[in-house]
Design a binder for this molecule. Sequence first.
Ligand code: B12
Length: 221
Amino acid sequence: MLTEIIAAYNEAVFDTDRDSALEIIHCALESGVSPEDIVFQVVIPAMELMIKSISEDFDANLAQHFMASQIASQVTEEMVAKFKKSPEIIGTVILGTSHGDMHTLGKRIVSGCLRSLMIDVVDLGVNVAPEKFVDEAVAHNAPVIAISSMMMHTARSDLGCIKVREILKERNLEAKIKIVVGGAPYRWDPNLYKIVQADAWAEDGITAGKVIKDLIMEMKK
Ligand code: B12
């Protein structure tokens, strides 16, 4: 039965049909599938499957990507509330757009993707000061700061990632807190993340989930 549910859910998500996706999930629940199985066997594998399809043409698959992350986030939130035992949160990520940057859509997608992977997200919103990223990471014991920049000048700014790195260095926090960046400028220049001294970058929300999850697991070792 699970195989059929997975196939039906994947089709609904790929068609960006939120209503059908939710209906499939609710029917699965009624027929006895556990909320845990829905998240770990249905929702997360569907997101992983989507990594392959969207990476072929990011812009053409944007709507699909956005909807998939929103559906995954919504279903995960609903199912987690029904888990027998609260799921173990893998770690916490501090997320925000860099100083001067008001673009929110990409960050929203990233947040949805992270939450669906059991990563706790502290969303600081837009136009975040570099000190704030670090202060919040320390306050929440977060191993990752994720910075979204949609414009070249906010990605390269002295008050963006570069400053966050400087503060981590000054406070001797580099071993404890890693920086992951993303946004259009990093797609234009895949080496930009090194120039701004981030530890990693990802080209889309689903890949961001994978990169950040791997980084958190690596740091736990
Ligand atoms: C929508 C949009 C706006 C909207 C934003 C609405 C909103 N609430 O977000 C509005 C109209 C407000 C706007 C304003 C401006 N914009 Co604008 N905007 C765009 C546009 C068309 C799409 C951006 C978007 O939402 N993309 C869709 C999302 C889903 O994609 P994404 O952000 O790239 O996110 C994905 C990945 O990058 C990644 N990702 C994103 N963040 C992160 C973070 C991490 C940690 C990781 C790992 C991954 C990751 O995952 C996301 C999901 O897959 C882009 C053009 C473009 N093609 O990018 C211009 C664009 C970014 N804007 C631009 C500009 C110049 C501006 C303005 C200065 C315009 C003006 N003169 O006022 C202002 C700046 C406002 C400000 N201070 O921020 C330029 C930047 C040019 C440059 N070279 O830097 C662009 C590229 C347009 C252009 N071609 O000129 N904009």
